[in-house]
Design a protein around this ligand. Structure first.
Ligand SMILES: Nc1ncnc2c1ncn2[C@@H]1O[C@H](COP(=O)(O)OP(=O)(O)OP(=O)(O)O)[C@@H](O)[C@H]1O
Length: 573
């Protein structure tokens, strides 16, 4: 109920649109009833062979209600769809706005297929809140009240009978349908999520599935998921059929009961054959707005489930938020860590343990160490993907928490080990770093990253996840982005790991030139051209085990020297 109320609060700004559409919906159904009544009137009256003039009123009524029903139906659809699409747009923007600060810390527990399902299908299903959940009961209520008064003007019994049958059709049948279909709509949604996850895994991991011979197993899982969904959909269709038949049955029962109540009144001045015909047809037509009610309850269950899934994400507090009065990024971005410790949520071990190091503005430092030592975690803290609960991390002397994360990310350019390329053109992938860049600037950035040959391919599609480019080319696109971003701090997290020796040397030189006068942190476990760094921090199992210049470290007898010797086996030190 709480979720439902929160969802309806979201569509509050469209209340008047919805109220107007509901009113027009009522007028449309009312016109349908009017059309049947006036048609019945003409037929019944004509059977008595009166003069043509006696039928005039009925003919005008048929024309009026016939035209009005079409025009009103059109207006109602127009209004309700317009309101629905506005609501959907609002919901999607609201969701994207809310989800952005959650990345990556709060989203890493969700699988991408699941998130996709929430963004696309769950939000889509919320459009039903208005069209299929809120409006149909209102229309049915109005029509029921109208019929109650209409029949009440002939007979109290008839008005009580219509009330009874409307209650059965409006509450009894939907409740029965809901009971029978409990969990079916939600089950279908869950199966769709499973299918989406399996499909994404199939598309992204088809190579691995083929190599390890797991493709048939995966396809079997997809078939099972499809069969489970079909089973639920079949059950759903059976219940739909059942409630439609029950509503039809109630309509016929209502007609019989009301005839039973009204036929004795035929001998009174209040009722004649014509009015009996009209009333009977009106009773039949009045059941039309009750047909969608069972579906309303089913949608209510599914929408509430979709709402819960959305709120589960939206209620998550972002890991990092901008302070009320954020500091501007400093002109001299010296970076200092003092007793910095950090553990990932749920992890019993300290990923970083009491780190202390410093980079002066314009310094180029290297952070080296074996895989899993915690090097990339330092980057994640500097980008404010995570908060720094223990110790301190400062930029330009100010605690990192005093900067707006967005401002930090604008001023710290990062080339990480995993470059994501969007399934767009090379131009669009580059413009991400500087949207206003000219083609000339893009070409210069490509050339600086060793991709001059791509200058004529700006409009070429990079493929899904950049699959049309080699690993090295993808990495160089990321370096071109860094060139375009031209930020005062640069972090290279294994940025050249995918490049061949010659290109690696070229790109490293380009990056060194680009980094002249800027603060640069290079994260690597490959010890190459280490004498170019002002300082080297050696990390092992989250602790700094050594730090200093290449000359100093190589003289020592620690991890750095061992790593160096391992990588340069034959070279004498
Ligand atoms: N999001 C995360 N949640 C939980 N643990 C994580 C997360 N990211 C990294 N870790 C763990 O933290 C430790 C340090 O990881 P990190 O990526 O910082 O190491 P690294 O030194 O950069 O390694 P590599 O050179 O292989 O990239 C590892 O044990 C890793 O499993």
């Amino acid at each position: 109920m709480k979720t439902f109320l929160r969802l309806t609060a979201l569509v509050k700004p469209y209340f008047w649109w919805m109220a107007l559409a509901a009113l027009i919906g009522f007028a449309t159904t009312g016109s349908g009833i009017g059309l049947l009544m006036t048609s019945g009137y003409i037929i019944a009256k004509a059977a008595l062979q009166p003069p043509m003039s006696a039928l005039q009123l009925g003919i005008v009524g048929v024309r009026f209600f016939g035209l009005a029903r079409g025009a009103l139906r059109y207006a109602e659809r127009l209004l309700s769809h317009d309101a629905t699409f506005r609501i959907l747009t609002k919901l999607r923007l609201w969701f994207y706005d809310a989800i952005e600060p959650l990345a990556p810390a709060r989203l890493m527990h969700f699988r991408s297929g699941d998130l996709l399902q929430r963004v696309v299908d769950d939000i889509q299903s919320l459009e039903n809140i208005y069209t299929r959940v809120l409006v149909p009961p209102l229309t049915a209520l109005f029509i029921s009240a109208l019929m109650w008064f209409l029949l009440g003007s002939y007979s109290i019994e008839a008005s009580l009978l219509i009330l009874f049958f409307h209650l059965l059709a409006g509450i009894g049948v939907p409740l029965l349908a809901m009971r029978l279909s409990r969990g079916v709509s939600v089950g279908i949604m869950k199966q769709k999520t499973v299918q989406q996850l399996l499909s994404l895994d199939l598309f992204q991991g088809i190579g691995e599935l083929q190599i390890y011979g797991k493709l048939p197993e995966h396809l079997e899982a997809m078939r099972t998921a499809e069969a489970d969904k079909l089973r639920l959909q079949r059950k759903n269709a059976l219940i739909d059929g059942l409630h439609e038949s029950l509503t039809g049955l109630l309509m016929n029962a209502a007609v019989v009961a009301i005839l039973w109540a009204l036929i004795p009144k035929l001998s009174t001045p209040d009722m004649n054959g014509i009015s009996l015909t009209i009333v009977t047809l009106a009773v039949m037509a009045s059941f039309e707005p009750f047909l969608p009610l069972p579906a309303s309850l089913k949608h209510l269950e599914a929408d509430t489930h979709a709402g819960e899934r959305l709120f589960e994400i939206l209620d998550a507090k972002p890991e990092t938020i901008a302070p009320a009065a954020p500091l501007p990024f400093p002109k001299d971005p010296a970076i200092r860590a003092e007793n910095l410790s950090f553990s990932y949520p749920g992890s019993p071990v300290k990923t970083l343990d009491s780190l202390s190091f410093e980079t002066l503005p314009g310094d180029h430092i290297a952070i080296v160490g074996p895989s899993g030592a915690g090097k990339s975690t330092i980057t994640a803290l500097l980008m404010r993907f995570w908060n720094t609960p223990e110790g301190c991390l400062t930029i330009g002397g100010a605690d990192i928490g005093r900067f707006d994360p967005e401002e930090l990310r604008r001023n710290i350019a990062l080339v990480s080990q995993r470059t994501y390329l969007f399934a767009q053109t090379i131009r669009e992938n580059l413009l991400l770093a500087r949207p206003e860049a000219t083609d000339d600037e893009l070409k210069k950035a490509l050339a600086a990253a060793g991709l001059a040959r791509f200058s004529s391919k700006l409009d070429e599609w990079t493929g899904q996840h950049g699959m049309k480019l080699s690993g090295g080319e993808r990495q160089r696109i990321a370096i071109a982005r860094m060139v375009l971003q031209n930020a005062p701090v640069m972090i290279l997290d294994e940025a050249t790991a995918n490049l061949d020796g010659v290109t690696e040397k070229e790109v490293t030189e380009t990056l060194a030139a680009l980094g002249a006068g800027k603060t640069m942190i290079t994260i690597t476990h490959r010890l190459k051209a280490m004498d170019q760094y002002d300082a080297i921090v050696v990390l092992d199992k989250g602790k700094i085990v050594e730090q200093g210049s290449h000359e100093k470290l190589i003289q020592g007898n620690g991890l750095y020297r061992r790593m160096w010797e391992l990588q340069h086996t034959m070279e004498p030190v």
